[in-house]
Design a protein around this ligand. Structure first.
Ligand code: SAT
Ligand code: MN
Length: 599
């Protein structure tokens, strides 16, 4: 290990002055004094650097090469079996006032948070190399982008951050010009779940993460920075940092619309963002382009419309269920230059997961043991691929536009087996904010804990909002003003089940039918009926040509169950009350108005 480290990290300590920004050098020196690494490497993001890190990880087993013929330059990483997902119960927001973090977050005082974390970080990088990664979230030249620096002792994190964000020299140059950056300190520590915390200090634009090497716990640009810290920044600077995909729709007339859509983790955001239109639509000339699959930063532009960027540069997508039929664009994206985490492999070293739907078979499971269906699935349910967005056939050139793309519609959606129809439209912005605030969804494998339990997940931000939800809704409501041309807000549910327990809506490409209806509503061309919960289409308001739907499906997907909604609104009322007097009155009034209309 040492010989290799020498090779890869030719600059032994002290290499603490890698920047012309004194504040950055001082922080790096402070972290090095605390964590005591053997060497410090400032990452430049170059191909040479990446090749050195890959060689290092191959040598120590962190990365296993995959079949070079079928998957060139692609790697498998097997994480520690106790470290396979985000850990919401170990994730904290440390604000001076507990109320500012809100009931939606675990809270600790900043002083206690720092003490706890600094004790863990004390000497934790002895024998290791410390990597300093300057990164930019969003196009380097975009006024909407924001920068950060992640310090980590994990080369796997460096390799993933290099795909997921824009790292290295251009980011460092912007940081030096702006003089400000989000500080993220990360160590895999001992990968001990009892010594694991993900701690945020939004008032100091600081993150400290210890004891996990996985996804959102460790790639600090993603959920920690781009959502928890950025949501706090956005509130103070007048923009929105959201857990949303961004896609472009072009109709046969060549008119383009962009849609931002919030769904909880592992509810199909990547599939929707990369949607392939059904055959009839393709023939007619409909096109879908992908701007982002997970995170959306938006703010009003000069013309008053909301303009959005994807702060990320890659996809950290769920592998299981990804197939030629569910998401051909994703499958094409991950044929090369991809890091797979916790998937199974075939006898000839090709990645394999449940639902890949090919004629191959797994030989080893995600833990590297011979595959045994009775024992565990080949891929962990939260297995992921990390790949550059540029490899996606539907990637939109507009994703690199520093101005962002104008948003025509915002969509909220959860996993709801019952009650919630396929789609409805909010009456106005305040109603739309309530629709987002009241979002419910069944939990998935993206976080540790029980799967399939219905919980409120407002705007899919429950695990990611860096401040009190009541203040967050107030912030959302504040965009309803004369100088802002607001998009329409919709709610969808792809996951409604029938009496036989099966999904009633085919989903995937057919979701375009629902998007088409939304665009029709935006353009004032599509029909709907007003109900207390919003505007609902009937099955004849959507183009359902070629879709086979049972009578039950037609009834419930486009139906409105008044009694069910009564109790849903009672529950929503109770939920809003949990936030006490900070909950904006406008939202409570809206809930009451609808509840009354239901009785
Ligand atoms: O693990 S991540 O937080 O990066 C992915 C997700 O849960 O959305
Ligand atoms: Mn996500």
């Amino acid at each position: 290990m040492n010989a290799i480290t020498q090779d890869v990290a030719p600059t032994p300590i002290p290499n603490l002055n890698g920047s012309s920004l004194p504040a950055l050098n001082a922080w790096v020196a402070e972290v090095a004094a605390l964590t005591r690494p053997d060497a410090v490497v400032w990452c430049d993001g170059s191909d040479e650097e990446n090749a050195r890190l890959i060689a290092l990880m191959q040598a120590d087993g962190t990365l296993v090469p995959l079949n070079e013929k079928t998957h060139p330059n692609s790697w498998l990483h097997r994480s520690h079996p106790d470290d396979v997902a985000r850990v919401e119960h170990l994730t904290f927001v440390c604000t001076s006032e507990k109320e500012d973090a809100g009931p939606n977050n675990h809270w600790m005082s900043p002083a206690d948070g720092h003490d706890k974390m600094d004790a863990l970080f004390d000497g934790c990088m002895e024998g290791r190399t410390m990597y300093v990664i300057p990164y930019c979230m969003g196009p380097i030249d975009s006024p909407l982008s924001r920068c950060g620096v992640e310090i980590t002792d994990s080369p796997y994190v460096v390799a993933n951050m290099r795909i997921m964000t824009r790292i290295g020299a251009p980011a460092l140059e912007r940081i030096e010009r702006e003089g400000r950056f989000v500080k993220g300190l990360h160590s895999i520590g001992e990968l001990d779940p009892n010594r694991r915390f993900i701690m945020h200090f939004p008032e100091e634009l600081t993150i400290k993460s210890y004891g996990s090497g996985y996804g959102g716990n460790a790639l600090l640009g993603k959920k920690c920075h781009a959502l928890r810290i950025a949501s706090h920044q956005a509130r103070h600077e007048g923009w929105l940092a959201e857990h949303m995909l961004i896609l472009g729709i072009e109709n046969p007339q060549g008119e383009k619309h962009y849609i931002a859509a919030a769904f909880p983790s592992a509810c199909g955001k990547t599939n929707l963002a990369m949607l392939i239109p059904p055959e009839g639509y393709r023939k007619d000339g409909w096109k879908i382009s992908t701007v982002g699959d997970d995170i959306c930063w938006m703010r009003p532009g000069k013309d008053g419309r909301l303009y959005a960027i994807n702060p990320e540069a890659g996809f950290f997508g769920v592998a299981p269920g990804t197939s030629e039929s569910s998401n051909p664009n994703a499958l094409k994206s991950i044929q090369s230059n991809t890091i797979f985490t916790n998937v199974g492999v075939t006898a000839d070293n090709q990645p394999w997961w449940e639902g890949i739907d090919n004629d191959q078979e797994p030989a080893l499971d995600w833990r590297g043991e011979p595959y045994d269906a009775a024992k565990r699935p080949a891929a962990h349910p939260n297995a992921r691929f990390t790949v550059s967005a540029k490899q996606c056939p539907s990637y939109s050139p507009e994703a690199e536009n520093p101005e962002g793309v104008p948003i025509s519609a915002i969509v909220f959606g959860g996993r709801r087996a019952s009650l919630v129809p396929l789609v409805f439209e909010a009456r106005d912005w305040t109603h739309g904010v309530l629709v987002g605030a009241a979002m419910g969804s069944e939990t998935t494998a993206a976080a540790t804990g029980q799967v399939g339990v219905m919980r409120r997940d407002p705007m899919a931000m429950k695990p990611f909002c860096g401040y009190n939800f009541a203040d967050y809704f107030t912030h959302w409501l504040s965009f309803d003003r004369d100088d802002v041309k607001l998009p329409k807000i919709f709610h969808v549910n792809w996951f409604r089940k029938g009496s036989d327990g099966k999904f009633l809506w085919p989903g995937f490409g057919d979701n375009l039918r629902v998007l088409e209806w939304m665009i029709g509503r935006v353009d004032g061309k599509a029909n709907a009926t007003e109900t207390p919960i919003g505007y609902l289409p009937s099955d004849s308001d959507l183009n359902l040509e070629g879709v086979e739907l049972s009578d039950e499906a037609r009834r419930v997907l486009f139906g409105f169950d008044k009694d069910g909604w009564k109790s849903e609104f009672d529950s929503i009322g109770g939920y809003l009350e949990e936030y006490g007097p900070r909950m904006p009155q406008a939202l409570k009034d809206e809930q009451r108005r609808i509840a009354q209309a239901l009785y």
